[in-house]
Structure formats: structure tokens, C-alpha cells
Ligand binder design. Structure first.
Ligand code: PMT
Length: 220
């Protein structure tokens, strides 16, 4: 058994993609499998935390001892996250939330027309992690991820500042064998006055190291 370092703490984690409906049978989404977020949930639970895992549509088993809340859309994830964040000491946003949703979801299946082009109007989704970090009361220690394909460090540091996060985990999702839907990942954690790189390794092992860093930063 592991030392129960996180005993008494509640950790809320978002994982997986969101699904933004176009019509009753179609949606916009991304390649997130939920593996990274589920590994974080498992690592936190093994250290004795009460873990609430808000999961988008993924096909992964729930880690032992973890309370799972299934959602589909960013709006649903937003609502669940704000509800659970206020009773959490640590919030980790690992989900790949769709930045945009379809402005008007069609009530019936869209029909193919004679026109060769089809336009969908998109509108911005709420920024879930920014909303959590902006809580005036009961704000948890807030950790985000940054999925980038270029200028990883500078975009990640911008997100850390702009979303007012306590820590951000920056991963380069253009490198094969890591990031979206891979077994392994590599990333660098940034906070206001420090950074720490984590080499390519299995997401389960990486999650243990990340939870340990997050706990250390939370305690200071
Ligand atoms: O799920 P896996 O297949 O294991 O892949 C893991 C991963 C690549 C998805 C993960 O490591 C990762 O990078 N997650 C964040 C993906 C993402 O959407 O990053 P972003 O740079 O677009 O968003 C920055 C941060 O804002 C993230 O913490 C995100 O959860 C949050 N966000 C983004 C948009 C939005 N509307 N609300 C948010 O809360």
C-alpha cells in the first residue's frame, strides 16, 4: 500500500473529449481517449484522495475508488465542474474541451442538398478551467493542460497566465507516440516561478509523478 499523502483531500479531474452535437446523429469532437485524465484519477485515488472524475465520452473502465460523472458536451462538463470544484482542494482540467459548439443544433437529421458546400456556424463554448480558476470563494488549486502543435512552451505559459492557473502541463501533441490517444506522454509543467520536464513514459507512471508535483505545489 502507498503512503496516503492525499488523505482528506478532494480532487476533481476532467478527462476525455467533449462531443458537440450537429444534429441527432452527428457531432464535432477530437481524438482524446481519456487515458491521461483517468491515469491521474487512479494515481490520486491510490494516494488516498477522494477523486471525482468528470468524463467525456470515452471507453475506459473507472479506476477503483473513483467517483465518475459522465458528460457529453462542454456545457454539461462546465456545469458538473463548477458544481464539484467548490468542494475540491485540487482541480485538474485534462479534458480536451471543444472550444466551439454548433450555434443551432438541428432537431432533425440534416439532409444532403444539391449544393456542394455546407457551412456550420460555431459559437464559443465556456472556458471551464478559467471559470474554476476565477471562483471567488472555495477556489481549488487549479491545474490545466496545454495541447500544442507548435511553440509549446510559450503558448502554455500564455494559457497559465490568461486562465489564471496555478500550474499547467504542456504537451506537444504533434509528436507521434505521445499525447492524444497514445499509451505514453511527455510534458513540461510550468508554474509562476518554476518548471519541471517529464520524459516520455507510460501515462500511469507519468500521472503518479504529476500528482506528486501537484501535491507539492498545492502544499506550498
Ligand atoms: O485523453 P488522452 O488521449 O490521454 O490525451 C491526453 C491529452 C492530450 C488530451 C491531454 O494530455 C491534454 O493535453 N489535455 C488538454 C487538451 C486541451 O484541450 O488543451 P487546450 O490547450 O486546448 O486547453 C487548455 C486548457 O483549457 C485545458 O486544461 C483544457 O481542459 C481547458 N479548456 C479548454 C477549452 C475550454 N472551453 N474549456 C477548458 O476548460
Amino acid at each position: 500500500p502507498k503512503p496516503q499523502l492525499l488523505q482528506g483531500l478532494t480532487v476533481t479531474i476532467t478527462a476525455g473529449p467533449t462531443r458537440e452535437a450537429i444534429d441527432p446523429v452527428r457531432y464535432i469532437s477530437n481524438h482524446s481517449s481519456g487515458k491521461m485524465g483517468f491515469a491521474l484519477a487512479q494515481a490520486a485515488a491510490e494516494l488516498g484522495a477522494k477523486v471525482q472524475l468528470i468524463a467525456g465520452p470515452v471507453s475506459l473502465p473507472t479506476p477503483a475508488g473513483v467517483q465518475r460523472i459522465d458528460v457529453q458536451s462542454a456545457d454539461q462538463m462546465h456545469q458538473a465542474a463548477l458544481e464539484l470544484a467548490v468542494s475540491s482542494q485540487i482541480f485538474i482540467g485534462c479534458a480536451a474541451v471543444a472550444d466551439y459548439k454548433v450555434a443551432q443544433v438541428a432537431a432533425q437529421k440534416l439532409k444532403k442538398t444539391a449544393d456542394d458546400n455546407l457551412s456550420l456556424q460555431l459559437v464559443k463554448n465556456p472556458d471551464i478551467i478559467a471559470a474554476v480558476a476565477a471562483l471567488l470563494q472555495n477556489r481549488p488549486f487549479t491545474v490545466g493542460f496545454a495541447a500544442e502543435t507548435q511553440d509549446v512552451a510559450s503558448y502554455a505559459k500564455q494559457k497559465l497566465q490568461k486562465k489564471k492557473l496555478d500550474l499547467i502541463c504542456a504537451n506537444d501533441v504533434s509528436v507521434p507516440g505521445q499525447g492524444f490517444n497514445a499509451e505514453q506522454n511527455a510534458l513540461t509543467a510550468y508554474w509562476a516561478d518554476g518548471e519541471q520536464p517529464f520524459a516520455l513514459q507510460d501515462k500511469s507512471q507519468l500521472a503518479e509523478q504529476l500528482i506528486s508535483l501537484i501535491y507539492k505545489r498545492y502544499s506550498q
